[in-house]
Design a protein around this ligand. Structure first.
Ligand code: SF4
Length: 451
């Protein structure tokens, strides 16, 4: 079957929002070149999977998705399948040899050649688009906004210079490269003008922003540059490296009118010996001081963190230190993961690996310890009024689901809204006032207030 002159493209973006930004740039370039973009792969001629490969589970998800699409192609339902992103970046041409069903591969940095890559794929030539350096994102590149339409991400930097012993990201994404402050401002202003409701500032480590620029810049100054832009929605800052969060940055967050009082600070552990093995800066005492400072500067701040349990050498005593820390720190939200020994990382070679069974037990216990804390903090909100962003409804429209400033998109909890009998249904993607009526461990129940 001959491919149509301009095949229809569907893209499956896996992994984190940083990957999503690359996906949107690739779709933007394809749309600009006249390729129709479709949401459903069943309507497409060419499918692109923008892969994540920072842990084994993500790799498996990527390979499964690619093989499903290759199966569709073998039944004549697709003309070509393209694999981009972290998987070809991590394994290079080896991945092409292992996945002969896939037509074309596009490494990080070669995304700007996506039009050529699609052209090659539909003409049946197997190709591998490699790049020596990652591309520099700029506000001038076109972006095809993915759903939901009220939300978008500004990637202020990419790559990471930290040496965390468990992490593959620096070897996949390279060293930290920041965008020029004015370029970030241009993109931010454009998103505000487009009517977005939430703009999320992201990077592998947002607090590393600007150190690589000439002259050097920093995140607090970037926030002070964006703060005067008049914006009635939410701006949110993600992925702050704890040792780099200082008073100056916290003040810049607090004084930014559109900035949510929300901090996402992945701590990973609290035991000094595990943090040393992880090659992470800081310790339980410095982290507690940081939380105290953040809460003094923003009494309503919601703090989320992530931990890894079952790291090599984590003894029962290290784990107990983590539990004690969590009880003392009283985080609003916690995510935790079982350590995954990733090929090529120093941690994979460390002695005293913890069994998966034991790591899962610790994961469960950690989450159980956090539950009453989350419930108590949620309960303290009952009777208060909050601004919420409505994002979806139950199929029968009996409940509407929203988020408050306390929760980032996708990763956290929801505010379940009930409507008074006569009330108009809310608009998806709009802000409303709600009165908090009840608290669960993770979610809140609320009543929508008339506008
Ligand atoms: S700071 Fe984050 S992205 Fe960077 S190496 Fe550590 S875990 Fe990986």
């Amino acid at each position: 079957m001959n491919a149509p002159a301009k095949p229809k493209i569907a893209l499956l973006s896996l992994g984190c929002p940083k990957n999503l930004v690359d996906s949107e740039v690739m779709l933007g370039l394809l749309a600009e070149a006249g390729y129709p973009i479709v949401e459903d792969v069943a309507d497409a001629d060419v499918a692109i999977v923008n892969t994540c490969a920072f842990i084994e589970a993500a790799e498996e998800e990527a390979i499964d998705a690619l093989l499903d699409l290759a199966e569709m192609k073998s039944h004549g339902l697709l003309d070509a399948v393209v694999c981009s992103g972290c998987l070809p970046q991590r394994y290079g041409p080896d991945v092409a040899a292992q996945l002969p069903e896939i037509d074309t591969f596009v490494q990080l940095g070669a995304e700007l050649q996506i039009v050529e890559a699609v052209r090659a794929a539909v003409t049946g030539s197997r190709a591998f688009f490699g790049a020596a350096d990652a591309y520099a994102l700029t506000a001038a590149l076109p972006r095809w906004r993915s759903a939901p339409q009220w939300l978008s991400y500004v990637r202020i930097a990419d790559g990471c210079d930290h040496p965390c012993s468990f992490c593959t990201i620096p070897s996949i994404r390279g060293r930290c490269r920041s965008r020029q402050p004015d370029d970030v401002l241009t993109e931010y202003e454009r998103m505000v003008a487009e009517g977005l409701k939430e703009i999320v500032l992201i990077a592998q480590d947002t607090t590393a922003y600007g150190r690589d620029l000439q002259p050097a810049a920093n995140l607090a100054d970037l926030l002070r540059l964006l703060a005067p832009v008049s914006f009635d929605g939410w701006t949110r800052l993600m992925y702050a490296y704890p040792a780099a969060v200082d008073e100056d940055l916290l003040e810049a967050v607090a004084q930014f009118p559109a900035m949510t009082h929300y901090l996402d600070i992945p701590l990973q552990h609290a035991s000094p010996s595990i943090l040393r093995r992880m090659r992470r800066a800081g310790n339980a005492e410095s982290y507690l001081r940081l939380l105290e400072t953040a809460r003094r500067i923003m009494p309503d701040v919601a703090i989320r963190t992530t931990f890894i349990v079952g790291f090599p050498g984590e003894t029962e005593s290290d784990f107990q230190q983590l539990l004690d820390f969590v009880i003392e720190a009283r985080f609003d939200r916690i995510s935790a993961f079982v350590f995954s020994p990733e090929e090529g990382t120093p941690a994979a070679l460390l002695p005293e690996q913890v069994s998966v069974h034991e790591a899962l037990r610790r994961l469960e216990e950690l989450m159980r310890v956090q539950e009453p804390i989350s419930h108590e903090l949620n309960s303290a909100l009952v009777g208060t009024r909050m601004r919420v962003l409505v994002e979806r409804s139950a199929p029968d429209s009996s409940i509407w689901y929203a988020r408050s400033y306390r929760d980032a998109p996708e990763v956290n909890c929801e505010v379940k809204l009930r409507l008074d009998d006569e009330a108009e249904p809310p608009q998806i993607g709009a802000f409303y006032e709600a009165e908090i009526m009840d608290a669960e461990i993770h979610d809140l129940a609320a009543r929508l207030l008339p506008r």
